[in-house]
Write a protein that binds this ligand. Structure first.
Ligand code: 1HE
Length: 260
């Protein structure tokens, strides 16, 4: 078995950490060791990292669960296995800094579940998305029934699972699986550029977006509005916020620019 460092390749680009799923011969199929390595990486994010880009080495982002390990589990082991995925993918969703997924080729099954745990998704236009669980006689176990319906709606997820429908990159973009679509080979550069932009924000603002926003969105409006006020006041009280507001008023900060 390859060691954790090999299964997840880690490269620093200043304040941005680039992590790459690194099992290309198996299309980055996620065996237990790969999930453990992912979990370990997200459990030990260096304090000076401000954003993360997550990609897959080789021809595909991720072929999902390593199916060769499946037959060896009984029901109880199956539950624990799924809970292990949940713990690892929660570390991504609730990471201290934002995570930009860079998607290409197959983003299927557990691969789509990993992508859905990230905060921003960039796709190359060769990406395709599927939940082949129905054909394999299994069900999602890595949070796919929780996170993906929140992105594209339960009806689309049911269609993908029941009929084996494969969404191409354009469909993925139209439905909201990705929010950036780029040419093949350009995904990582785009993902790193977005991560650098994110890294330049005040850390507390980023933290509020990734930690508070999804939780507020699940609350009833009245509760959500109240929690929003608390988070707004906390973020605004940070020295970084005060300096950034002053910089704008003193015309030292960039304006919001209209897209070209
Ligand atoms: C694998 C896996 C895998 C590839 N587990 N070994 N996921 C799936 O049902 C997707 C299954 N995989 C595929 O449909 C295709 O492999 C791909 C479309 C992703 C890529 O096709 P291709 O032609 O580039 O590669 P390949 O020749 O099919 O695969 C290369 C090798 O990777 C080959 O092994 P080799 O020893 O013959 O070289 C494949 O067997 C191996 N491989 N995918 C194990 N998934 C938390 S629950 C989540 C539940 C799920 O994710 S279910 C969906 C599982």
């Amino acid at each position: 078995m390859a060691d954790a460092e090999t299964l997840i390749q880690s490269t620093r680009h200043g304040e941005v950490l680039h992590l790459a799923l690194n099992r290309p011969a198996k299309r980055n199929a996620a065996n237990d060791a790969l999930i453990a390595a992912l979990d370990a990486q997200f459990a030990h994010i260096p304090a000076d990292v401000r954003a993360i880009a997550l990609s897959g080495n080789g021809e595909h982002f991720c072929a999902g669960l390593d199916l060769s390990e499946l037959s060896e589990r009984n029901v109880f082991e199956g539950i624990l296995h799924s809970r292990g995925w949940h713990a690892a993918l929660d570390r991504i969703q609730y990471a201290p800094v934002p995570v930009v997924a860079v998607l290409h080729g197959a983003v299927v099954g557990g691969g789509l579940e990993i992508a859905a745990a990230c905060h921003v998704r960039v796709a190359e236009n060769n990406a395709f998305y599927a939940f082949p669980e129905g054909q394999r006689g299994i069900f999602v176990g890595g949070g796919g029934s929780v996170r993906v319906p929140r992105l594209i709606g339960a009806a689309r997820v049911a269609d993908m699972m029941l009929t084996g429908r494969v969404l191409d990159a354009d469909e993925g973009q139209a439905t909201g699986l990705s929010t950036y679509l780029v040419q093949p080979g350009e995904g990582l550069a785009k993902g790193l550029a977005l991560a650098q932009k994110i890294a330049a924000n005040a850390p507390m603002s980023n933290y509020a977006v990734i930690q508070a926003l999804p939780r507020i969105a699940e609350l009833a409006p009245e509760q959500g509005l109240f929690v929003e006020s608390l988070v707004a006041a906390i973020a605004q009280g940070e020295p970084a916020a005060k300096e950034r507001l002053r910089a704008f008023l003193e015309k030292r900060a960039a304006k919001v620019e209209k897209p070209q």
